[in-house]
Design a protein around this ligand. Structure first.
Ligand SMILES: Nc1ncnc2c1ncn2[C@@H]1O[C@H](COP(=O)(O)OP(=O)(O)OP(=O)(O)O)[C@@H](O)[C@H]1O
Length: 601
């Protein structure tokens, strides 16, 4: 419940005075509805349904007295006009209140969506390493929708409660004994309904769990669709999907059943109550027929509200797990927020590295509870404006070292310093980030045109600059051959391009940012030897003006590196010039060279 109250407080902050205006309108509408109902009595009196004096009916007698003091004797026409004005006014107010309600709710959801997205984007990389991507899809779509629905239900419940309260006060004025009888019955009903609420809560938890699994599954399956198709794994995935869909169906049906059962019980109890209540009024309390009619009128409207409060409560508690999931995620990303304080990527200066990056006795492990370190005792220096290559077998820790050097993750022990200044300093970290151009092995492209993808990092770049960057990455030829050239839309994650073409576009994008540090993580692995040679030549030209850090399995790529760092099981085992390491016959580097057919010294 405390998660719900957190969001309700948030709703109050976001909606401000409009939330109170909303509630005031609800109250006014309820009051008008009550008065509209009351007017039926003089109306019935005037058309002759009730004979005799209307003065015996509380409230109505007060109203009649007031009207007579203004020397106004109600006629059928005047009462009908009043009736139309009141009911019409209520309808108009209801319309405005509905619009206000929608506006409050939508602003609330937009704010929540923006906050979550912004918070996620600014969380540290380590946070994403621990989480599943599908959990974010799940929260941003499903759970946000449930929070939306839950908040709407909460507002609806408050309005129902207010309405009920007004009607109870009016009914109390008419007949305290009968009202108390109905209230006690309502209380008993609420007590009885607690078991339905408990069951709804547990179903809500199941719903959260199942939808999380659903999102995780479909994200995985469609990311690996090529593997699934080429290895004929369709059937096993289909069985998984069918099982999960069945569980989801069952869960919804269970909720539907509980809802239907509770409604049945409330409806049956209401008819029994009304019958007993009319009997009590007429036979025991001898209530006048006019008063009884009003009370019956009020309660036939009031009782459905009790039911709707109960049903809304069941639905609300079934959505509570979504509030908890959202809140937990929010607490996690807030605790791991990057760029704390006033430093943001946009305002931090851009680093012009003079000396280099130093890792000073760095240890790092992905899982603090495990004894396995991905890197340990790392002591390396990456000089500015030189090319440094990082090599090693798969799993040796190359990508982890790059992540540390870029400040994406923070060492458990030791320090990473840029020009002698620690990356613990947020300003230095952001300045470094602004200066890095990074190309991953599986580069990311948006489903936009090549121009849009390139301009992402340099919105002001001219076509000339775009072509120069494409030329650098040897992609100008193939882009010119595309039907729409720079304006060709490249498909989801760039799948309309070959792996090598994608790598080259992303390299062009990294260069366009004019980084002072260029980091290439297996960035040329998909290239043919001709294109690789051309890129290697282009990188050679950068020497002296840009710091280049390269991970390459194909050792021919790093032939011109100024420094090679060799990693093995998370430790630096060799460090030095390419030729120097190639000469060390017992070293790991020589071993790696020997593995590669056709490699020569
Ligand atoms: N997100 C992660 N969570 C847990 N362990 C990880 C994670 N990423 C890497 N590791 C582990 O850390 C170690 C180093 O991984 P890393 O990716 O740095 O190696 P690598 O040398 O870049 O490998 P490759 O050449 O295959 O890309 C490996 O043992 C790996 O299993």
């Amino acid at each position: 419940m405390k998660d719900l109250f957190y969001y309700v407080r948030k709703l109050r902050q976001i909606a401000g005075g409009r939330l109170y205006l909303n509630m005031f309108l609800i109250l006014l509408i309820s009051l008008l509805e009550g008065i509209g109902l009351y007017l039926i009595i003089p109306l019935l009196g005037l058309v002759g349904v009730f004979q005799g004096d209307m003065g015996g009916v509380p409230l109505v007698s007060h109203l009649l007295e007031l009207l007579r003091s203004w020397s106004w004797e109600p006629s059928l026409t005047s009462v009908l006009i009043l009736f139309v004005i009141i009911v019409g006014g209520q309808a108009l107010l209801t319309r405005s209140q509905s619009i206000l309600n929608a506006a409050i709710l939508q602003k609330f959801i937009r704010t929540l969506r923006m906050e979550t997205y912004e918070g996620l984007l600014h969380a540290k990389w380590a946070f994403f390493l621990r989480k599943r991507k599908s959990d974010f899809h799940h929260v941003m779509s499903n759970e946000l929708g449930r929070v939306n629905q839950g908040t709407f239900l909460f507002l609806q419940m408050i309005s129902s409660l207010l309405f009920t309260l007004v009607q109870i006060v009016l009914a109390f004025w008419l007949s305290p004994v009968l009202t108390l009888t109905v209230l006690i019955s309502g209380g008993l009903l609420a007590l009885f309904g607690r078991r339905f609420i408990r069951k709804s809560k547990s179903i809500g938890e199941q719903t959260s769990e199942l939808s999380k699994r659903y999102f995780a599954g479909i994200t995985d399956h469609f990311s690996g669709i090529k593997d699934i198709k080429s290895n004929r794994l369709e059937q096993s995935h289909l069985s998984w999907f069918s099982r999960l869909s069945g569980q989801m169906e069952e869960n919804f049906i269970r909720f539907g059943r509980i809802n239907a059962l509770s409604q049945l019980i409330y409806r049956l109890s209401s008819v029994v109550l009304i019958a007993g209540f009319v009997f009590l009024a007429l036979e025991v309390l001898r209530t006048p027929a006019e008063s009884l009619l009003v009370v019956v009128l009020i309660f036939t409207r009031l009782w459905p509200r009790f039911i709707s409060i109960q049903t809304s409560s069941e639905q609300l508690v079934s959505n509570l797990p979504a509030f908890r999931t959202m809140r937990q995620l929010q607490q996690e990303y807030e605790a791991e927020r990057e760029m704390t304080g006033a430093v943001s990527a946009a305002v931090a200066p851009r680093l012009h590295m003079q000396e280099g990056i130093e890792c000073r006795d760095v240890d790092y492990r992905y899982d603090p509870s495990s004894a396995e370190y991905a890197l340990s005792g790392i002591r390396v220096f990456i000089p500015a404006n030189r090319m440094t290559a990082i090599v090693g077998k798969s799993g040796a820790g190359k990508s982890t070292l790059i992540d540390l050097v870029m400040g994406m993750i923070q060492p458990e022990r030791g320090e990473v310093l840029v020009d002698g200044r620690s990356l613990k300093d947020q300003t230095q970290l952001m300045a470094l980030r602004n200066a890095v151009g990074y190309v991953a092995q599986d580069p990311f492209l948006f489903n936009e045109s090549i121009r849009d993808n390139l301009k992402l990092v340099a919105p002001e770049a001219t076509d000339e600059e775009l072509w120069a960057a494409l030329e650098f990455s040897s992609s100008d030829d193939f882009v010119r051959r595309l039907p729409q050239g720079l304006d060709t839309v490249i498909g989801d994650r760039g799948i309309r391009l070959s792996g090598g073409e994608r790598q080259r576009i992303v390299l062009a994008r990294a260069i366009l940012k004019r980084p002072s540090i260029l980091v290439l993580d297996e960035a040329t692995s998909a290239l043919d030897s001709d294109n690789e040679r051309r890129i290697q030549e282009a990188l050679d030209k950068l020497k002296g003006s840009m710091t280049v850090i390269v991970i390459a399995h194909r050792l021919s790529t790093i032939r011109h590196a100024d420094q090679v760092i060799v990693l093995e099981q998370g430790q630096v085992v060799q460090q030095g010039g390419y030729q120097q390491l190639a000469q060390e016959s017992k070293g790991t580097f020589r071993q790696l060279l020997n593995y590669q057919t056709g490699s020569s010294l």
